[in-house]
Structures are given as C-alpha cells and as structure tokens.
Ligand binder design. Structure first.
Ligand code: ZN
Length: 54
C-alpha cells in the first residue's frame, strides 16, 4: 500500500485507509480512485498529488 500527498495543502491519502466518508473503500489503490475525485481539503485534482515514502 502506498501513500499520496496533496502538493497544495499537504493532505494525505492512504491507500490502506481509503476514504470511507467519500465512498472510497479501505484498500482502494490510487489508480482506482475516480479521476474526478478532488482533495477533500483544498479541491486539488489527482494530478496535484505525489506519492510519498512512509
Ligand atoms: Zn489538498
């Protein structure tokens, strides 16, 4: 599982945790997050996220 960080606000998406409150089940890979999904904090798009090392 990988972790992705929003380059705009620093919010982190953890594939292992998912985002259940937005309908993204735990274990959802970044590639499987809908392309129209946006950062819950700042509204940045997926291309504004970068994979980070844990
Ligand atoms: Zn953000």
């Amino acid at each position: 599982m990988r972790t992705w960080m929003c380059l705009i606000c620093g919010w982190i998406y953890d594939e292992e945790a998912g985002l259940p409150e937005e309908g993204i089940a735990p274990g959802t890979l970044w590639e499987d997050v809908p392309p129209n999904w946006v950062c819950p904090e700042c509204g940045a798009r997926k291309e504004d996220f970068e994979m980070i090392e844990v």
